[in-house]
Write a protein that binds this ligand. Sequence first.
Ligand code: AMP
Ligand code: MG
Length: 346
Amino acid sequence: MSSYVTAVLPTDQPPLMHQAVDEAVRLLREGEVVALPTETVYGLAANALDAAAVAKIFEAKERPSFDPLIVHLASKDQLDLVADVPPEISATLKKMVERFWPGPLTILLPKKPIVPDLVTAGLPTVAVRVSSNPIFRRVITALGKPLAAPSANRFGSISPTSASAVQAELDGRIHLIVDAGACMFGLESTIIKIEPGSPKMFIDIVRPGPITPEDLKAYGKVRQATRTVVDEATAAPGQLASHYAPKTPLRLLESPDDFIPEEGKRYALMSYRGEEKDGYLNLCDWEEVMMLSPGNGKLPEAAVRFFYVLRALDKLGVDEIIAEPLHEHGMGIAMMDKLRRASRRV
Ligand code: AMP
Ligand code: MG
């Protein structure tokens, strides 16, 4: 692995923003990888049509080659460049793209040969979306090529929602991080597959995320793809059981009654609101309590803070992080999925 000096370029003033965008485009044209903000999490981007550039993503992330990457398009007009849309689903796809793009919805479609097999891990499908982040859009529009961009973290680790989190993950491994502050959603995109059905299409959720089953139900019969460890290796290779894991052991405590603290062990609590009535606050003498939604107690606020809180708790050096369960609706579905993976129980 080569060692680089990793520049972090700000974007909070117009001239600086233009410089950062220009530098990102220059590096991408040269076949390099660049960390860019998206509305979900920070992504590690490379020209999706250049296999050698894409290989650098896998190298920097230490990502196994069986885990496919999402391809970001400059606009929906680039869809035909990378995907073959089956006629049976094209009307539904068109409506969904109109409604959700640019935005955090990734769609699996049959791939065109122009997409390198490395991007799709040899699968016949390609995962595509259009990001709504204005900096990302400037870069991809200027480049004019689709960008493969998985989350900008080491494989299996916590996704980054700030430039400093990217730095903690990839410093010295890439040339550039474009800093555009916190990500708007804080959770990775929802991934779906549209399957032909009558009278309605089936919308299979392959990975839960910011676009919820409630949002999708107007477009077909929504099915939550239930994954087993065997499925993981085949249908959705990236959705591995032990994903999003902090280095500290994490336990999702479905009920406060299930917790018996061990003598001499140090625990930290990931709490939803930090309220006593939830039954978790007084379970033990917590080393630290961090709240997902200290403000309004709503799931989107928790989503924005989710990876930040996980990362902060991981730095404490406690013996175990205990996580309170979240309501499993809306964005809570995605966070519970991640907590189960982080606690290595699917
Ligand atoms: P990331 O970009 O790091 O959030 O990860 C992308 C994830 O998208 C992968 O880990 C897979 O779960 C999923 N994915 C991407 N491409 C495909 C594909 N062709 N088929 C199935 N799942 C995919
Ligand atoms: Mg990832």
